[in-house]
Design a protein around this ligand. Structure first.
Ligand code: AMP
Ligand code: MG
Length: 404
């Protein structure tokens, strides 16, 4: 086995990227947008804060009066958050104000409730009360100015970004529409969890792993189907899925076995094969193509470690990019112990991230017992990508990390 003439993972990634079309845009109510990719710039509706804002419960006064030695003030009125600005009539008056209120006109500072006593409509300041202009006031525009770009297209809308969009007054925002995924597992030997199982059969675990990964990455439109290794049935079902879904992820049936019909059937259905096989372990038989309506079709090898590694290494980043998400830099991590690998292939090695006594993270290798050994993956954080061997990668060798 050698990697000559096969695409490297970097080349495969580039080719996939060049063949995916950008997701359409839809306008969604803000409440439904968490995790979505923003497809418009969001600008500030007003200055932030939009007015000089009281930031302590207390009294609003004219700091000039305190400067002249005034320590007792007549309470002129009370002004709550959300009430229009009142106006101070005399500099020995005070207006009671609440956090979040607009500053009353002719006042410029707040004395907090802890620093005065109030009786019979008179505020008497305690000795520690000081006031300089704009003390306990958040000035209009201090955080940002009207018209500024607060969020750029391409960002992921997490809770803080949702708050910013709400502050811009937007009830709906333009985001990438979620692609409709169809997971198709293949294989006569596979049995659904919950069903009785015979000695020669195995559980259909890949569909669960793929669906879990998609959901964990925020993709909500995920269907799944299972097709036995029957060419005619595969043709029928894939034909249907290709008319109703944007991304089809197959597991199994892409290797060289007599019943591995997936590539042949896809081509008969009008899909274009972009590549078959990547110089990597595990996951070498991976297939990628584009359907007649530009659907993305990923034929992942059925061995459970291969399926997950290919999904994380290629499918998730490619779809995220097609949705307009700005690419993130890969985390890089040092190996905690040396690793040997003697094939001319890139090696995806599962790891557990561990921290040493100084808090430094290390990638602790957890090699599997082959690509069928999904058990070894449990408890790992992801995998590192080691460049093609033969090589011994020493302790401290720095590699890109892909988290599950
Ligand atoms: P294949 O890629 O179809 O040749 O399958 C390779 C290996 O992966 C075989 O041992 C299959 O039984 C196993 N396999 C295929 N699909 C799944 C699946 N959905 N869940 C668990 N194992 C699978
Ligand atoms: Mg199979």
């Amino acid at each position: 086995m050698n990697g000559i003439n096969l695409l490297s993972p970097q080349q495969a990634e580039q080719v996939i990227r060049s063949r995916l079309t950008c997701s359409p845009i839809e306008s969604l109510p803000l409440m439904q947008c968490v995790g979505a990719t923003l497809r418009e710039d969001i600008v500030a509706e007003r200055d932030l804060p939009p007015f000089d804002r009281v930031c302590m419960d207390g009294v609003a006064v004219d700091s000039g009066a305190l400067g002249r030695g005034v320590r007792r003030f007549v309470v002129q009125a009370t002004q709550a958050a959300g009430s229009p600005a009142l106006e101070l009539e005399r500099s020995d008056h005070a207006i009671e104000v609440m956090t979040g209120a607009i500053m009353p006109r002719a006042t410029d500072c707040i004395v907090p409730v802890e620093q005065y006593n109030i009786a019979s409509g008179i505020v008497s300041l305690t000795s520690d009360a000081v006031s300089t202009p704009y003390r306990n006031v958040q000035r209009r525009g201090a955080d940002g100015l009207a018209g500024m770009v607060m969020l750029k297209a391409g960002c992921i809308l997490g809770p803080p970004e949702i708050a910013v969009a709400a502050s811009a007054g937007l009830a709906r925002v333009r985001v990438s529409s979620q692609p409709a995924f169809m997971i198709v597992s293949t294989g006569n030997e596979l049995v659904e969890p919950g069903e009785p199982i015979a000695a020669q059969q195995v559980r259909r675990s890949n569909a669960y792993a793929v669906a879990a990964t998609l959901r964990a990455h925020g993709f909500g439109r995920v269907g799944d189907d299972h097709v036995p290794d029957d060419e005619e049935m595969l043709r029928e079902r894939l034909k249907l899925h290709l008319t109703t879904h944007d991304v089809v992820i197959l597991s199994g049936g892409v290797s060289m076995g007599k019943f591995d019909f997936v590539p042949k059937v896809l081509i008969e259905l009008g899909a274009q094969e972009v590549f078959h096989k990547v110089a990597q372990r595990p996951g070498k038989p991976m297939w990628f193509g584009v359907g007649p309506q530009a659907q993305a079709i990923f034929g992942l090898p059925g061995n459970p470690v291969s399926t997950l590694v290919c999904l994380i290494r290629y499918v998730i980043p490619a779809i995220a990019e097609a949705m307009g998400t700005r690419p993130v830099l890969h985390e890089r991590l040092a190996l905690a112990s040396p690793v040997s690998f003697d094939l001319p292939l890139s090696y995806f090695l599962p790891v557990v991230i561990e921290h040493d006594a100084w808090g430094q993270p290390w990638a602790n290798p957890r090699p599997t017992n082959g690509s069928g050994d999904y058990l070894s993956l449990a408890g790992t954080d992801g995998f590192v990508e080691l460049p093609p061997g033969p090589n011994t990668y020493p302790k401290g060798f720095v590699a890109s990390l892909y988290r599950w």
